[in-house]
Write a protein of this length. Structure first.
Length: 139
């Protein structure tokens, strides 16, 4: 698989995934950038001043790792269906940092405080349906 010479397609994966433009040399830089962005989103969410709402707390939590999720899904898919040694090595190189990121989310005390703070609001107590289940799952 040949890497593109333009921008890294893993940083903003379109609906029609350009598999032919994704190369092993793009995996590590893209995932490092997406991890940095996701960590910044966590910090922003955890330290955001003002009133907590479902949108600025729970929806933000749900969406903070979406670009990383998509990029990793694309890389894993490519590795599964069109693997080659360099791609396997790139995936293996990013897996520990990605795993550490995801396992660290529930251990982030500031983020936990933010979610608990939202759970104590009147809006949170009046949630129903899937929003209520989502809050309970994360609280």
């Amino acid at each position: 698989m040949q890497a593109s010479t333009g921008t890294n397609p893993l940083l903003s994966v379109p609906f029609r995934i350009p598999f032919d433009q994704i190369g092993a040399d793009q995996v590590e830089p893209a995932i490092a950038t997406l991890l940095e962005d996701a960590r910044a989103r966590i910090e922003s969410l955890a330290n955001q001043p003002g009133e907590r709402t479902f949108v600025n707390t729970m929806s933000a939590l749900d969406q903070l790792s979406e670009p990383l999720d998509v990029a990793m899904a694309v890389v894993r898919h490519l590795e599964a269906v069109a693997t080659y040694p360099e791609l396997r090595a790139a995936l293996n190189a990013v897996q520990p940092a990605v795993s550490a990121f995801y396992s660290g989310i529930p251990l982030n005390e500031a983020l936990w405080g933010t979610i608990k703070g939202y759970a104590a609001t009147g809006e949170a107590s009046s949630l129903s349906g899937e929003r209520r289940r989502f809050l309970k799952k994360n609280c």
